[in-house]
Design a protein around this ligand. Structure first.
Ligand SMILES: Cc1cc2nc3c(=O)[nH]c(=O)nc-3n(C[C@H](O)[C@H](O)[C@H](O)COP(=O)(O)OP(=O)(O)OC[C@H]3O[C@@H](n4cnc5c(N)ncnc54)[C@H](O)[C@@H]3O)c2cc1C
Length: 369
């Protein structure tokens, strides 16, 4: 399609861009994805953590409802991608364990169980388990007042999911051009290092770099990078619930390895891993006997795209007809990516806006850093 006009160009082959491309193909559009890196998932989406975790069920609002609908829609969508691509994403709705440290935390959890019943309905449950419910995976001494278990949380393998999406896109006739950096985006035209590309609709899904590509249209830089570091340890536990403890996720992946992470760094010197990751690994080992001695298989760092308003930044770009943002995935890109693709295509194809106002580009303007 390089010389032809596409119906839609997606800039960036991370989780937001790939789900958007797949949604466009499903609606019969001709799709071109432009990716600066040598492969898909060259940015934050090429990682190893992959928690699909809900917001807490209290103080319910539009944003939590959006994420809840995204999480509950994911299983059939992932099954379709795996069937279309022949590749595993490592997805499973494993549930999640959160250790309770004292009676006050247990009281808060009891009230949260009522909120979950009210807001999650029959789709998922929350309960309190005894401290020794998973003795080898979550040390009972790390959960003196019990363990909150929810059945809504899941996990997938981030980079495997992106490669499965990319394969599904290619098999459906979509084109993914790698090593193709986008330099500038205007209505109907994308300037790349390899020449111009044309389409009726253009979706900016370039992660952290997307804020720079958007800036000329909105007159300001609307987001920034927040660095995260994670590690993969050598242990195989299959589809066991993931743990969220001491601000960290411990995730046993379907095909082996336990991911632990992540740091949240607003200020950072380099983009690689460093001593902060050693601290993460030590804290994770302290709560889980199964990884206490496990060798480290991989260390990984990435830059999360955080929009200034903190929420995702989606939809029509002011002052640029036919240009749409798919930015600000921040910490929840894998949980909401599939729904983001669907709502963007609703807007692109028939102008319907099916998302909270706080997700719109305008909501992020004038918010500084
Ligand atoms: C350590 C860590 C742990 C995380 N854990 C989780 C988790 O457990 N669960 C979860 O849901 N999320 C998690 N996240 C966040 C998640 O990774 C992000 O929300 C998500 O990957 C962002 O996806 P994206 O598509 O918006 O951006 P990216 O994945 O960064 O994709 C953008 C793509 O655009 C390409 N690109 C950039 N500039 C250009 C250009 N000019 N032209 C063409 N292409 C370009 C990049 O190469 C990249 O491939 C984590 C992040 C980190 C760093």
């Amino acid at each position: 399609m390089a010389g032809d006009k596409a119906d839609i160009i997606v800039v960036g082959a991370g989780v937001f861009g790939l789900w958007t491309a797949r949604a466009a193909l499903a609606r019969g559009l001709r799709v071109l994805v432009l990716e600066a890196g040598p492969t898909v998932a060259h940015g934050a989406s090429g990682g190893i953590v992959g928690a699909l975790a809900p917001h807490m069920p209290e103080r319910w609002g539009e944003k939590k409802q959006f994420q809840f609908e995204a999480l509950t829609a994911l299983a059939p969508a992932i099954a379709a991608v795996e069937a279309e691509s022949g590749l595993s994403t490592g997805y499973h709705r494993t549930g999640r364990l959160v250790p309770l440290l004292d009676d006050a935390a247990r009281d808060r959890a009891q009230s949260r169980i009522g909120d979950a019943r009210e807001n999650w309905g029959n789709a998922a449950q929350m309960q309190i388990l005894p401290s020794d419910a998973y003795p080898e995976w979550l040390d009972a001494s790390a959960a003196p007042a019990g363990i909150v278990h929810d059945t809504l949380t899941g996990r997938l393998h981030p980079s495997a999911t992106c490669h499965a999406l990319a394969e599904a896109i290619r098999r459906a006739g979509g084109i993914i051009e790698t090593d193709c950096e986008v330099l500038d985006v205007q209505s109907g035209r994308v300037k790349t290092a390899r020449g111009d590309r044309f389409a009726d609709a253009i979706v900016l899904a370039a992660g952290v770099r997307g804020f720079d590509l958007l800036a000329p249209h909105v007159g300001e830089v609307t987001g920034r990078a927040e660095k995260g570091q994670a590690a993969l340890l050598d242990a195989d536990l299959g589809d066991i619930p993931l743990i969220y403890a001491d601000g960290l996720y411990l995730i046993a992946h379907k095909h082996g390895g336990v991911a632990v992470g992540a740091t949240s760094e607003r200020q950072f010197d380099g983009v690689g891993t460093d001593a902060l990751l050693d601290d993460v690994i030590a804290r994770a080992r302290a709560v889980s006997p199964r990884i206490a001695q496990a060798p480290v298989l991989a260390r990984w760092a990435g830059l999360r795209p955080r929009a200034n308003g903190r929420d995702p930044m989606l939809g029509a770009v002011p002052n640029a007809a036919g240009v749409f943002a798919a930015l600000g995935a921040f910490k929840i890109g894998f949980g909401i990516g599939q729904k983001v693709g669907e709502v963007l295509l609703d807007e692109i194809t028939n102008g319907t806006v099916n998302m909270p106002d706080s997700f719109r580009v305008a909501a992020h303007l004038g918010r500084g850093k």
